[in-house]
Design a protein around this ligand. Sequence first.
Ligand code: TMP
Ligand code: ASP
Length: 236
Amino acid sequence: MQKTEMLYEGKAKKVYATENPELYIVSYKDDATAFNGLKKGTIAGKGVINNRVTNYMMQMLEKNGVPTHFVEEISDSETVVKKVQIVPLEVIIRNISAGSFSKRYGVEEGIVFEQPTIEFSYKNDDLGDPLINEYHALALKLATREEIDTIKALAFKTNELMKDFFKKINVDLVDFKLEFGRLSDGTIVLADEISPDTCRFWDSRTHEKLDKDRFRRDLGNVEGAYQEMMRRILGE
Ligand code: TMP
Ligand code: ASP
């Protein structure tokens, strides 16, 4: 599979067209940003780690009944995916309080919820990805009622599968962000990435943070945490 033109460059990835109109190639970068691009940096080796970790997770989910855009890993940092139109919603699932949840509601980090929560942000950098509810999403025609119901069901199923997976490698899955896309025939599939950039991972025993919060909060050893997560996930 050959890349043709670059279609899009985001903060952490580039997307290329291919000779096949139904397939794209995603290329992961080492660039890191936080706070809607205000904080910028690089995390050495992140592109390779996020590519390999995402593909491992996507294949695990696909095997367990969650449809994804994954097709084939073609290099350490590049993957062939199905062409999708991204639904402009960031879907956030939380199992434990942290980050913007703790800030918004004035609670400490680390409260284990009896049930997971779900929230949506409108994917729009100019507006700073504002929090919205399902009715706002419908009013803005970001997705249909049927699509939102499918997305919620797939997001909660993904959470159950991922929680079980991470438990076995001694990681608490605190929260994560998913994005979904529409295939040409309208089918909703899981897209984008699942990586230490888009999830909060805490070591089950030490509670050490093993994710992008190390970069966001200047906690040090960012690369080491990403490598540790890849090692545990891929079992290397
Ligand atoms: P938050 O607590 O800042 O709302 O983040 C919740 C989860 O979503 C966390 O695992 C990090 C992830 N996330 C992204 O993947 N992209 C983003 O732009 C933001 C703000 C959070
Ligand atoms: N990736 C997002 C940004 O730059 C936010 C984050 O992950 O914290 O802005």
